[in-house]
Write a protein that binds this ligand. Sequence first.
Ligand code: SF4
Length: 417
Amino acid sequence: MIWGIIRQQLTKCKFHELKLYDFIAHPLKDEEIWKTLDKEQADLIILMMADCLWSEDLQFLNKLHEHFPKTIWIAGDALLEEENRKEVQSLAQAYIPHPFFLRIENPLQKSEGILPLTLPPEYSKQKIIDHLSPRHELFIDKVYRWPFAHHKLYTSVFTNWGCPYQCEYCINSSFPFHRRSLSDLKIELTRIKELNIKEIYIGDRSFGFPKNESIEFLKMMIDEQFNFSWSCYFHPLHTDKELLGLMKKAGCHTLIIGIEDHKQESLKTYSRHLPTEILSKLFIYAKELRLEICGDFLFGLPHQKRADLETLIDYSLTLPLSYASYNLLAPLPGTSLRKEIAKSQDARNFDSLGKIKVFSYGQIAEEELLKLRNKAISKFYLRPGYLLKRLCSIKSLEHLAIQFEEMLLLFKKAFMK
Ligand code: SF4
């Protein structure tokens, strides 16, 4: 969605041509990067920076600044944190921590100093936002992966932005909630259809909210016969037979749900509410409708001890899940956890995979957390009965190739440094 808004605002400033370079997905040698960017003679370069790759991204920004000292803006949720903003202050002309903190007046005349960070008036009051379709053709590329997709080429669509819930460990809890108009979404889906894309990922942080608008959206998808195959994040609190039935009819095949921990009472201390009976109801409806479910679990929450994580692993194996995602808790920008951690240590460069640094509260050592996470992956995915079920759920050769590749990558990422 950030690209939709950037595009909208740049169009107002009469910057029409937007090009995308992803040097992570398509790595180039240093000299080739500068050659490529020099050739473009861009009026403006917008660099996405990630908190979990902060050191690496900062190094790149420094080099970028040497080459293009007056034409850089930076974007990304890492900029929610003041310490990060301070570090890049002298290296860029503007920064965009999230799509609704963007103000562009006339970038070329504002080449010195940071632009004011003010919510554009059109977004500050109204909760419905329009004209935000990004140029999907820029993002459709075989190197981009979505593990739940049934087709290799896919793109992401957001029907709303932000999250109405307040889970304290989650970055989305600090963003404002805005939803998009039905007419805007219809235009976007029509464009995607014209690009011959069959798979979409609905990137809402918790699809199904607000319920009536979600139902309208699903009915529009059905009436327009878009026939997309799709998946989304779904909050179990939105469990409703009519809603789930329409999702299935509109092409949804997989729901990703946050379960996090088996101790619902403990989750309440992080403002996360998920009654077990609602979860059970969701599993019943999903089974009836043949919707697949991926359960997300969190390892490293402050209340968890080693024995709790062993129990959590066993609990996850008892649930009727098609996939399980075992994530390491990371102090994400904008969360209360981050504020607390940043008082005593550098809270950057942590990620939920533990690739660079593993975050531990001290109850369970970092290596132990990794071992437990890897144990969970092996126990869940290497069950013969599970593997057989997965094979039986394969829809096509393309789907088989995606699932096989994802399985290999999952183990490679977890077990290889
Ligand atoms: S964990 Fe999920 S429900 Fe909670 S704030 Fe984040 S996105 Fe929203």
